[in-house]
Design a protein around this ligand. Sequence first.
Ligand SMILES: [Zn+2]
Length: 106
Amino acid sequence: MKKPKWIKSVRLLGAVLPVVEVKLIEDRANNHGRFIFASRTIEVKKDLMADGYLGALLHEAVHAGGDLIGIDFDESQTDRLSTMILSLIRDNPKLVKMIRKGNDDE
Ligand SMILES: [Zn+2]
């Protein structure tokens, strides 16, 4: 997979969460991303290929979503939820189109 186009923010439950490209995840050199709860910012390591980028972004978006709805998902739950959400979106284009109907202005 090639290098992805960078996404600058993720909208979730009415919040706009900045997505920041970082050289290294502070204190977690092996991680591809993190969600900073205090600033509600997603950091994703630069130079990831598309699959790693997408996985990291979805994982951190699940952490963010948990924060927004008041559930502190652990790492295992976050991984499983992000995999489930990816499958739901990737494997159901008609459903996604139905959900997005009227929202194609971007
Ligand atoms: Zn995590």
